[in-house]
Design a protein around this ligand. Structure first.
Ligand SMILES: [Zn+2]
Length: 397
């Protein structure tokens, strides 16, 4: 029997059904009134339910990264107040009960997993609460949490599942050992079992990086501005969001295939005084010359574009609720915060700003705060509706 935390504020599945109905109805109303949908450029769903990540969410897995120093405390409360959804009433096919499925069912450490949650149409009546997908390891320890959002319907096809299928994206930490992990909802849904995931063996590269005086100082120096910048970045990355900007698989941000560091590299930094520190590389480094054009890996909204002490000129693009791509050490920035970018759109030119031992592009993807292997997003569209639906409805009791 796995540990399941008690949630005193929540009694049973009925209230959750109610929440989802209310949340989706409210969101649908907002979307109907504004005439928009959840795609790129979509509007905020007015007056919808709160799916904010609570301030109690401690970002353990961000600690010890190369470019993102661990925060001294908890992250600032994100904006919150936004959930997406479409009408529950428009669909001919009704999910018969709550169902949950994971795509894929087995994966390697560092890879993302998409969770689908089918909501029965008879949900109704009660107070509203946020719903999360939670990843736990075999011992029941929480590893990550992501808010569910409405899986967009097909604008050209029948809305058979519109508003009845929610999705959330999580990433298995690169430090997780092979074995079983589980997905569950918070709050728990009556009758919904923990969903098992198989985490497969994976080897990561080990490397030692010699830092000169400037880079030693960048990494070890006490600087309150560094802390402030880390908090700002965390506040961005923890925003759950409600908009689906990216509608297809990602592509690499540069044409070059020359990689100087890989996702999940186990790093040893050697400082000028001979002392060392260890870290895990959160992204992929492309060894490209200064001035190389860096392009958005998918459509999205620029949520950060500014110089930072450790990561140099940096861009962060939001693609899906809770899913962001990051580009570091740029020489120049070609975008501004708040703007929309298309897949392949120019973000800036590569360089060696911040903590860099030479010109390169650091490309990283964060999912619900966790760093995830960027290659996995190139190989398949993370919100592949057909894959999610077939997994949700393939099995019968
Ligand atoms: Zn890097």
């Amino acid at each position: 029997m796995l540990f399941r935390p008690e949630l005193s504020c929540f009694s049973a599945g009925k209230n959750l059904k109610t929440f989802i109905l209310l949340a989706l109805s409210a969101a649908a109303l907002g979307l109907w009134v504004s005439g928009g949908f959840l795609f790129a450029g979509g509007r905020q769903a007015a007056g919808s339910a709160d799916m904010a990540v609570s301030a109690a969410e401690v970002p353990e897995t961000l600690a010890g990264q190369e470019e993102v120093p661990a925060l001294p405390g908890e992250p600032a409360a994100p904006d919150g107040g936004d959930a997406g959804g479409v009408s529950l009433n428009s669909a001919p096919q009704e999910p018969d009960r709550f169902r949950m499925a994971a795509v894929p069912g087995s994966l390697r450490a560092g890879e993302p997993v998409t969770i689908g949650l089918a909501v029965p149409a008879d949900a109704g009546g009660g107070e509203s609460l946020p719903v999360y997908a939670v990843l736990v390891n075999g011992q029941g320890r929480r590893l990550g949490r992501a808010a569910f959002f409405a899986l967009p319907g097909d604008p050209d096809g029948p809305a058979e599942t519109a508003g009845k299928v929610l999705a959330a994206v999580l990433a298995v930490p690169s430090t997780l050992r092979p074995g079983e992990a589980f997905i569950r909802t918070e709050p728990p849904i009556e009758g919904l079992e923990d969903l098992p995931l198989t985490v497969m063996e994976r080897d990561f590269v080990s490397e030692t990086i010699e830092l000169n005086e400037k880079n030693t100082d960048l990494r070890t120096g006490e600087d309150t501005k560094k802390t402030v910048e880390a908090e700002q970045l965390w506040a961005v990355l923890r925003r759950p969001g409600n908009t689906v900007y990216a509608l297809e698989a990602f592509e690499a941000p540069v044409a070059s295939t020359r990689r100087t560091s890989f996702f999940g590299d186990r790093r040893v930094y050697r400082y000028v005084d001979g002392s060392t520190d260890t870290a895990i590389h959160a992204g992929i480094d492309y060894g490209v010359p200064r001035g190389t054009e860096v392009r958005a890996c998918a459509s999205g909204k620029v949520v950060l574009a500014r110089p930072r002490i450790v990561t140099g000129n940096s861009v962060v693009v939001e693609h899906l609720p809770g899913l962001y791509s990051l580009y570091y050490h740029l020489d120049t920035l070609a975008v501004a915060e708040g703007g929309l970018v298309e897949k392949g759109g120019l973000l800036g030119e590569s360089g060696a700003t911040g903590l860099a031992t030479g010109p390169h592009l650091h490309w990283e993807i964060r999912v619900a705060g966790e760093n995830a292997d960027p290659d996995a997003f190139v190989e398949r569209y993370i919100l592949d509706k057909a894959a999610i639906l077939s997994k949700l409805f393939e099995y019968k009791e």
